[in-house]
Design a protein around this ligand. Sequence first.
Ligand code: FAD
Length: 395
Amino acid sequence: MASRRIAIVGGGPSGALCAERLASAGFQVDLFDEHLAWEKPCGGGLTHKAVLNYPFLLNGPHPKKMIHQVQLISGNGDRAHLCLDHPIVIYSRAVLNGLLLERAASAGCRIVRSRVSSVDITGERPSFTAENAMQFADFLVLASGARNSFFPATRPLAPADLEITLGYFVRSHADAIQVKFVRGLQGYIWSFPRCDHLSVGICGSLARHTSRELHQHLAQFMREERISTEDARFYSHVLPSPRAHTLASRRIAGRNWALIGDAAGWVDPITGEGLYYALRSGELLAESLVSGQSELYPRRVRDDFSADLEVAARIARNFYHGNFLGGAVTTRMIQFIARSTTFRTMIADLFSGAQNYSTLKRRLWTQLAATLAEVLDSIFRTAKSTTPSPSPGDA
Ligand SMILES: Cc1cc2nc3c(=O)[nH]c(=O)nc-3n(C[C@H](O)[C@H](O)[C@H](O)COP(=O)(O)OP(=O)(O)OC[C@H]3O[C@@H](n4cnc5c(N)ncnc54)[C@H](O)[C@@H]3O)c2cc1C
């Protein structure tokens, strides 16, 4: 292994975890990042499945915020609260990237602050330009995120597979996540509390929305929620939101190269969760390389999570644009959450990453009778409590 040189472009969660695993297995690993531990535009929220797979994210000494409460707001202002059994753990990205890079360095990876300006996979060994020189490796890992410009032997993500995001790091405190849906927006607005600030932002399909439109929705939300932009730092980035056929058909690896994390497009197209898939794809690629079977990487990813993301991609359009019982799906979802404990528990599991998409439909059907009974019961109880009782004179 020591004679095999792996070069990793990008030191975000996918590249850093992949580097740690490969260096621990004895590979000679060089990781290149132009920024290293930086405050990448992100909510920074890690779900239950991430924490279960990578317990150091929960147990380590680095500052993080544990969130048990989520407030969901519909397009017409209805609100519902979720209480999470499994908290969402929120990191600042500078802290998260820093801790993952520290682990990679401790495992023996050489970490280099340098921009990689070109890659070439056509030769016997892949080559790339970094530290102002052409370099060679036996295998090239492209972990350079959604803004990545390297797509050897594959195609870039199309605008319909991407979202624009923009937002602010705000000097303020909160204990609950807020998520707001906006009628007609394929995306949502969020406020994620971190240890000493909030990450407040909005995402929307790049093919459908302009950044001006997103700015207006976000400004209105911040006014309504009294979140000030004074001293706030603005950010903007792209986020993969892959369609089902992109997930099923896009090439993500070749003989001497592979894409991981956002560069591969591994993000949940409904929630925008990408951190878990970045970490997990980095781990799956490392395992494939360690076992000498890098060609198995695409299959392993598919079996592990990308088939589930395909299910999410098929639901996404209906989720954001569909109607149910004469109202927007997101509005009905929030009304159901407010009125049914069974439904609320299911959405809390989905939100915290304990419920996947592949078995969601079965769970919805199995629990439909209980959900409807609770919703109807709640409606009748509300009606009864608001109906004035007849006064003696009415008789
Ligand atoms: C606004 C926003 C909010 C989000 N919120 C959440 C959330 O709350 N929870 C969640 O799970 N996911 C969230 N995501 C998604 C999450 O940020 C990504 O899925 C995750 O960062 C992907 O990790 P990565 O390592 O693949 O890429 P990145 O984290 O993007 O890392 C790529 C790295 O490559 C480096 N790089 C790029 N090009 C070069 C080059 N040419 N040379 C050298 N270095 C290079 C960059 O400096 C960067 O450090 C959010 C995304 C956005 C945009």
